[in-house]
Design a protein around this ligand. Structure first.
Ligand SMILES: NC(=O)c1ccc[n+]([C@@H]2O[C@H](COP(=O)([O-])OP(=O)(O)OC[C@H]3O[C@@H](n4cnc5c(N)ncnc54)[C@H](O)[C@@H]3O)[C@@H](O)[C@H]2O)c1
Ligand SMILES: O=c1ccn([C@@H]2O[C@H](COP(=O)(O)OP(=O)(O)O[C@H]3O[C@H](CO)[C@H](O)[C@H](O)[C@H]3O)[C@@H](O)[C@H]2O)c(=O)[nH]1
Length: 328
C-alpha cells in the first residue's frame, strides 16, 4: 500500500507527501529536481531521482515498492513560459504523463490522482465555476493538462483505473508547522512574490491590470491553502480505496480576493509598506477565477481548515524567512 508521489520535491507534492506520512502512509517520491529541491522531500519518504516519462524507472519503482496508488504532480507550471515554449509543455506535461499512465495501467496500479488546474476553464463565462462547464483553455499550459484529463478518462474506461482529477485554483501558503513551503525559483505566484517584497528580497511588486471589470479593477482569484489542498489528496485516495467512483473536482473555497486586497493584507501583517507599481494587464489573465467548491465538499467530505487569506500570507511569510536564512 505504498503511494508514489511524482513531483514530491516541489511545492504541492511535498505538502501532500507530508500529509500522507502524517496519515500513516508509506511514500516514494519520484522527481527529477528540475524545479524541485531535495531538502523539500520529507525525510521519512523514499526518494528516487528520475523522470516520469522513463517507463523502466517507473516500472521498477512500482514493483520494488509495491505501489498501489500514484499521485501525479510532476509538471511544468508557468503559464507565460508555456506560451513561449509550448512543445516543452506538451512533452513534459502531456507526452510524459501518457507514458506514466501507460506504465501504471500495465503494472496494475489501482488508483491515480492527477493535478489539474483552473487553467482548463480559460475565460469562464460566469463564476463561481462549476466542473461541468465547457472547457476552453487559453494557453498551452491549460491545454497540456486538459489532454491528460482526457487520456486518463479514456484509459480508465478500459483498464478500470480509479481516478480523481483535482483542478486547483490559486495555491498559496505553507505548512503551518514550517516543514515545507513554496520554494520554486524564479517565483511567479502573487502571494510568494508579495512575501518576498515584504522581506526586502525584491524592490516591490507590480499589479498587472487595474481596469478589469472587478470591484477594484484588479484580478480576482480563489486562493486555496496548500495544506487544505494536501488534505484533499488524502481524502481522494481514501475515496478511491473505499470503492468510490472516478471524479473530477474543483479545489477552491468559492470566494476570491483581488490582487490589491492580497497586497494590502501582506503589507499589513508584515508591517512593510513595500512599493507597488500599477502596470498593463498580463497577457492571458482572466479577470476572475473563483471555484464552485461544493462538489468536493459533498463528495469527499473536504473540510478546509485554513480558509483565511491572512493565515495563508502569514504561513507564506514564515516560510520565506526560512528560505532567506538559507540564502534563497
Ligand atoms: N502552484 C499552483 O498554483 C498550481 C495551480 C494549479 C495546478 N498546479 C499543478 O500542481 C502540480 C504541482 O505544482 P507545484 O506548484 O508544486 O510545482 P513545482 O514546480 O513546485 O513542482 C513540480 C515538481 O515536478 C518535478 N518535475 C517536473 N518535471 C518532471 C519530470 N519530467 N520527472 C520528474 N519530476 C519532474 C519538479 O522537479 C518539481 O519538484 C503541477 O502539476 C501543477 O500543474 C499548481
Ligand atoms: O507580480 C505579480 C504576479 C501576479 N499578479 C496577478 O496576480 C494574479 C494571480 O497570478 P499568479 O501568477 O499568482 O497565478 P495565476 O492566476 O496566473 O495562475 C495560477 O493559478 C492558476 C489557476 O487559477 C493556474 O493553475 C496556474 O498554474 C497558477 O500559476 C493574476 O491576476 C496576476 O496578474 C500581479 O498582479 N503581479
Amino acid at each position: 500500500m505504498t503511494v508514489l508521489v511524482t513531483g514530491g520535491a516541489g511545492y504541492i507534492g511535498s505538502h501532500t507527501a507530508l500529509a500522507l506520512l502524517d496519515a500513516g502512509e508509506k511514500v516514494v517520491v519520484l522527481d527529477d529536481l528540475s524545479t524541485g529541491f531535495d531538502f523539500m522531500i520529507p525525510e521519512q519518504a523514499t526518494f528516487v531521482k528520475g523522470d516520469i516519462g522513463d517507463q523502466d524507472c517507473v516500472e521498477t519503482i512500482i514493483k520494488q515498492y509495491g505501489i498501489t496508488a500514484v499521485i501525479h504532480f510532476a509538471s511544468k507550471i508557468v503559464v507565460s513560459e508555456s506560451v513561449s515554449q509550448p512543445l516543452e509543455y506538451y512533452e513534459t506535461n502531456t507526452s510524459k504523463s501518457r507514458n506514466l499512465i501507460e506504465t501504471v495501467t500495465r503494472c496494475d496500479v489501482k488508483h491515480f490522482i492527477f493535478s489539474s488546474t483552473a487553467a482548463v476553464y480559460g475565460e469562464p463565462e460566469k463564476t463561481p465555476i462549476r466542473e461541468d462547464v465547457y472547457l476552453s483553455p487559453i494557453n498551452p499550459y491549460g491545454r497540456s493538462k486538459l489532454m491528460v484529463e482526457w487520456m486518463l478518462a479514456d484509459a480508465a474506461k478500459v483498464s478500470g483505473l480509479g481516478t480523481v482529477v483535482l483542478r486547483y485554483f490559486n495555491v498559496a501558503g505553507a505548512d503551518p508547522a514550517g516543514r515545507s513551503g513554496e520554494t520554486t525559483l524564479p517565483a511567479t505566484h502573487l502571494v510568494k512574490l508579495a512575501a518576498r517584497a515584504a522581506l526586502g528580497k525584491r524592490d516591490g511588486l507590480s499589479v498587472f491590470g487595474t481596469d478589469y471589470a472587478t470591484p477594484d479593477g484588479s484580478c480576482v482569484r480563489d486562493y486555496v491553502h496548500v495544506s487544505d489542498l494536501a488534505a484533499a489528496h488524502v481524502a481522494a485516495l481514501n475515496h478511491l480505496r473505499t470503492g468510490g467512483e472516478n471524479l473530477t473536482l474543483n479545489c477552491g473555497y468559492g470566494h476570491g480576493f483581488s490582487v490589491l486586497e492580497v497586497i494590502e493584507i501582506v503589507k499589513r501583517i508584515s508591517g512593510n509598506d513595500f512599493p507597488v507599481k500599477h502596470e498593463e494587464r498580463r497577457p492571458g489573465d482572466p479577470a476572475a477565477l473563483v471555484a464552485d467548491g461544493s462538489k468536493i465538499q459533498t463528495l469527499l467530505g473536504w473540510e478546509p481548515q485554513y480558509d483565511d487569506l491572512e493565515a495563508m500570507a502569514n504561513h507564506a511569510l514564515a516560510w520565506e524567512k526560512k528560505l532567506v536564512a538559507r540564502g534563497l
